[in-house]
Design a protein around this ligand. Structure first.
Ligand code: RM4
Ligand code: MN
Ligand code: MN
Length: 396
């Protein structure tokens, strides 16, 4: 490997950080049930402990995303506990995710519910979530709405859009100047006929209407098969509206599989659009890279280490694209040359350079191996297995 290749890999890794989801360490399942893991995290503290392990071994996951309902059972009062966990386990709270889908009241929606008192309840929870974020010094409040309908004719789509516009605008007014609102979209599930924020265009319209600090969040699992996600990314970048990602992979629907497990080239192409944007404009793309996965069958911490390793590899590979060559080839419509610029970078084995980078940072060369040697899994399995034998209730 040429030294310029490893320089590029080092440069790319220097800035790349990825946020872990607290719920990725808990028992999760499908609508058919859960398979309980004896080592799964059963409390917010355990989720911090597990993410702390991943950060300790990889060095690139300094924050953990929190879901208010699952991680802040006392609402705003939970923030003191969370600060303690953050100090104890060496990971800071990251994006704050309001939960506007699980309470019985949200059966017909939250911001889009025809019942005004439910919309108000959703707003109260939203304001609490923004306050939680403020107390925790979290920059991003990340909104995913399950709102929608299951049958044609049962919902007033335009009216609901209006309610969303109003709700997000009010929420935006609560933000501190350094906070951001991220608006996620999803084409279906749990609603099966229409979802109120079904795609990136709808999220963009709502984010623009909400205010300057609102951006779009791209969850890679929230697209129809064959959709060109990197094009969406390129458009959002050029509109200065890309706020962050929820990474996961999919084969059929919102499968929440390990990042890059099905289609690593797609993730590479997404990262390429970001690198290309930065190269061409000289601007830094201020994007929150986050994981949103549900490891029903894999060991949770191992799956997370695997994810982070994959993310680093694909980000580094994308940094190897010869941009000058690419730009010239594009200009001259030299198709094979242009495409090869991507393919050559994708085919490069960056693993040795990544190992060198880890060593230069005093990190284990192989985080997975280091985790297996650490004894951590054996310890938490012992500590948590009894608790896990009767922890099957909520999603995470
Ligand atoms: C949704 C969406 C949200 C996540 C929940 C658990 O499908 O991806 O971001 O918080 O799942
Ligand atoms: Mn998501
Ligand atoms: Mn999802």
């Amino acid at each position: 490997m040429g030294s310029s290749t490893s320089d590029k890999v080092f440069d790319a890794l220097e800035t790349f950080r990825i946020e872990l989801p607290s719920w990725g360490f808990a028992n999760t399942g499908t609508r058919f049930g859960k398979f309980i893991q004896p080592a799964a995290a059963t409390t917010t503290e355990e989720k911090f402990s597990d993410s702390g392990q991943v950060h300790l071994l990889t060095g690139v996951c300094p924050t953990v995303a929190l879901h208010v309902l699952w991680d802040c059972p006392e609402g705003v009062q939970s923030t003191d506990d969370i600060k303690r966990f953050a100090g104890r386990y060496g990971v800071a709270p990251g994006s704050i995710n309001p939960n506007l889908f699980q309470d019985q009241e949200y059966k017909y929606g939250s911001f889009g519910n025809p019942d005004e008192s439910v919309r108000q309840r959703a707003m109260r929870h939203t304001k609490d979530s923004i306050e939680i974020a403020r107390r925790l010094n979290s920059r991003d409040i990340s909104f995913w709405f399950a709102d929608g309908s299951n049958y044609p004719g049962t919902a007033n789509i335009r009216q609901r859009k209006q309610w969303f516009m109003e709700g997000l605008k009010i929420a935006h007014q609560q933000l501190s100047p350094d906070q951001r609102m991220l608006v996620e979209y999803k084409p279906f599930e749990p609603a099966f006929y229409h979802t109120d924020i079904a795609d990136w265009g709808m999220a963009l319209v709502l984010a623009r209407a909400a205010g300057q600090q609102a951006k779009v969040l791209v969850d890679t699992g929230h697209h129809y098969a064959a959709q060109n996600i990197e094009q969406i990314v390129a458009w959002l970048l050029s509109e200065n509206m890309l706020g962050g990602f929820h990474f996961n992979d999919r084969r059929y629907a919102d499968d929440d599989l390990t990042m890059g497990s099905i289609d690593p080239y797609q993730v590479f192409r997404i990262f390429h659009e970001i690198h290309f944007f930065e190269w061409e404009t000289g601007q830094h793309a201020d994007i929150a890279y986050m994981v949103d996965q549900s490891h029903n069958l894999k060991g949770k911490i191992e799956a997370m280490i695997q994810t982070v390793t994959m993310a680093q590899q694909l980000f580094a590979k994308a940094a190897l694209v010869d941009m000058k060559k690419l730009a010239t080839a594009q200009k001259n419509c030299n198709l094979v040359e242009a495409e090869s610029a991507l393919q050559d970078a994708f085919a490069t084995d960056v693993r040795p350079a990544i190992q060198e980078w880890r060593e230069s940072k005093g990190l284990p060369k192989d985080p997975m191996e280091a985790f297996r040697q650490s004894g951590y899994l054996e310890r938490i399995t012992k500590e948590r297995s009894v608790k896990n034998s009767h922890n099957v209730s909520s999603y995470a």
